[in-house]
Design a protein around this ligand. Structure first.
Ligand SMILES: *Cc1c(COP(=O)(O)O)cnc(C)c1O
Length: 466
């Protein structure tokens, strides 16, 4: 392809993207294909000769789209959203065009300095401590791993990086409701799943701090080393909020590293009304949230914040001869702030999103999404056959249909509702288990969701339940 052809196909692709997003409601939200269907339509061998671009675009339409679950469909209520927006898509295009590899300041000073500035903007927009530093990680999973590795190094005086483990019994604490990425991080960090202590939760699924303190005390009595506590603000199952300040005080009392995972809920802290959940954050060590979930910045983009960037850099820095520069120490070389050497220029899309919406535009959207969840919550509460399972906190409604006295029968009924909703193609919802109850999760957080989408879903659920 030459520049002239690129220009022509580029216009076609932008039109295709605009049409796709404009007509997205025509597609079944959840892909309805069976395993192997898509692969069967793809040739076994790569083409020997180049093919016309038109063919590629029409194959996306015919061979790929049937196997796509449409995350940008307003009736995507599953998991947590992975939202995009028009501004974000255009920024990604520019990022791809520039194709910069932003490992150190010198490999693109603008990428490093823009990243620093947009992270400051997020601190400002979300009520985070002004003296913290931010860096973009690819995902929350990586951010949590980075935090646990930093905790591991700090508690062992940066020794495990050099000599490996010599029988230290490091212990990590989180609630029984935390995200599976914590389990994964503990495995990867060499700490071992047996040393991940899952603290029980209260009736709203939030960590019970007195049990955390007991666990730490009993570990200390056995000669084990408390290494890191993870607080979740907005658990994946039910958006439970662990009591941050109470946990922070325990972390300080026992001198334990404290990481806060607000992957989804963090976006809501643009609204001062919800910042009470952040009370005590200045006592923690690291914090993250995902603009790629609920801040309209397409995947991937995790905002990771640290109180002590020296501990972070000391954990990850490497300085081979070929990466030595004269600007070292005067600028941020982000390769030392995380795992990969190579880094995408992710700050650009965040910059576009924040500027195109404005901070107030983002606040308005998030407020609207929360109001939609509150509307659904009211319908559930006032319906004789439905009940809320935990209180709604933000834009997730966790509820179930109850028609029988028997737990298993109700579980089967709710599993049936979920399957039928998803098979209809009209909406996509997922479930979780709360106290052995199979419960439905509905997130009202897609970028373009409107009231009528939630009304349609509620109608559908009631019909199926009947
Ligand atoms: C979604 C989620 C994660 C994982 O996010 P990735 O960016 O996909 O790694 C971690 N923690 C919580 C609470 C989440 O909701």
């Amino acid at each position: 392809m030459n520049a002239e052809e690129f220009r022509k196909h580029g216009h076609q692709v932008i039109d295709w993207v605009a049409d796709y997003l404009e007509n997205i409601e025509q597609y079944p939200v959840k892909s309805q294909v069976n395993p192997g269907d898509i692969a069967a339509a793809l040739p076994m061998l790569p083409p020997e000769q180049g093919e016309p671009f038109e063919q590629l675009l029409s194959d996306v339409e015919e061979k790929i789209l049937p196997g796509i679950t449409h995350w940008q469909h307003p009736n995507f209520h599953a998991y947590f959203n992975a939202n995009g927006s028009y501004a974000s898509i255009l920024a990604e295009l520019i990022t791809a065009a520039i194709g910069a590899q932003c490992m150190i300041w010198e490999t693109s000073p603008a990428a490093a300095e823009l990243e620093e500035r947009v992270m400051e903007w997020l601190i400002n927009m979300s009520g985070l401590p002004q003296n913290w530093d931010g860096v973009i990680q690819d995902t929350a999973s990586t951010g949590t791993l980075v935090s646990i590795l930093t905790a591991r190094e700090k508690i062992t005086h940066f020794n495990i990086n050099n000599r490996g483990f010599s029988n230290e019994k490091l212990r990590i604490y989180c609630s029984a409701q935390t995200h599976s990425s914590i389990d994964k991080s503990v495995k990867i960090a060499g700490i071992g799943l047996d040393n991940l202590v899952k603290i029980p939760v209260d009736d709203q699924m939030a960590l019970l701090p007195h049990l955390l303190e007991e666990a730490i005390k009993s570990d200390l009595a056995l000669g084990k080393i408390p290494c890191c506590i993870i607080t979740t603000l907005g658990t994946t199952g039910t958006t439970a909020m662990d009591p941050l300040e109470a946990i922070a005080d325990i972390a300080i009392k026992y001198n334990v590293w404290h990481h806060v995972d607000a992957a989804y809920a963090g976006a809501a802290f643009v609204l001062p009304k919800y910042r009470h959940f952040l009370k005590g954050i200045e006592k923690a060590d690291t914090y993250l949230f995902n603009p790629h979930k609920w801040m309209f910045t397409n995947f991937d983009c995790t905002a990771y914040f640290v109180k002590d960037k020296e501990a972070l850099i000391q954990t990850f820095e490497i300085l081979p001869e070929y990466l030595k520069t004269n600007t070292r120490g005067k600028v941020n070389d982000y390769r030392d702030w995380g795992i990969p050497l190579g880094r995408r220029f992710r700050a650009l899309k965040l910059w576009f999103v924040i500027r195109e919406y404005g901070a107030s535009g983002i606040r308005i959207k998030i407020k609207e999404h929360i109001a939609l969840a509150a509307w659904l919550e009211q319908r559930v509460i006032h319906h004789p056959d439905f009940e809320m399972v935990v209180d709604r906190v933000l834009s997730l409604v966790v509820f179930r249909c109850v028609k029988y006295a028997d737990l298993e029968k109700n579980n089967a009924l709710n599993a049936h509702i979920l399957t039928a909703v998803n098979a209809s193609g009209k909406a996509y919802i997922t479930h979780t288990k709360v106290n052995h109850q199979y419960v439905l999760r509905v997130v009202t957080g897609q970028t373009h969701i409107q009231k009528h989408h939630v009304e349609k879903l509620w109608e559908l659920i009631q019909q199926i339940a009947q």
